[in-house]
Write a protein that binds this ligand. Structure first.
Ligand code: HEC
Length: 118
């Protein structure tokens, strides 16, 4: 009789490891959507036209003196997170957009800025 206990314990361990695998698989499926968010450059372009074009110009070359030339890649050689912080907080003559545009939408605008580089 007592020899049956290890067997069922073993079965339980197998079932449990299956459950752990399922949980891991679900976690792995969910993780990339958070880390590798596919930016929407169409939405970014719309928002750029609404909030940024007045100073940065339609091609990103800059209308207002002192603005970087995005078409040359000026100021874009930094990670998205750093750009997000600058756009949220503003910099010198540039106003911050925290509260006006969500972080998610700002990331779309950043992806759009990168399409202006050539
Ligand atoms: C009122 C004019 C104005 C508006 C509106 C504006 N900017 Fe700017 N932006 C500037 C100026 C001026 C600078 C240069 C700041 C400096 O380096 O002194 C700048 C700099 C930047 C930079 C470079 C930051 C860095 O790290 O050097 C980025 C990126 C940027 N703007 C993105 C945006 C985006 C995206 C929007 C719209 C959501 C926007 N700007 C709206 C004037 C503006």
């Amino acid at each position: 009789m007592s020899s049956k206990i290890p067997v069922s314990a073993k079965k339980f361990a197998i079932v449990r490891s299956g459950l752990v695998r399922t949980i891991l698989a679900v976690a792995l499926c969910a993780a990339p959507t958070a880390g590798l968010y596919a930016a929407n450059t169409i939405n970014g372009g719309k928002l750029y036209g609404q909030y940024c074009v007045g100073c940065h110009g339609p091609s990103g070359q800059g209308v207002m003196p002192g603005t970087p030339n995005f078409s040359r890649g000026d100021a874009l050689l930094q990670p998205d997170n750093a750009l997000l912080t600058v756009i949220k907080n503003g910099k010198n003559a540039m106003p911050g957009f925290q509260g006006a545009i969500s972080d998610h939408d700002i990331l779309d605008v950043i992806a759009y800025l990168r399409t202006l580089m050539h």
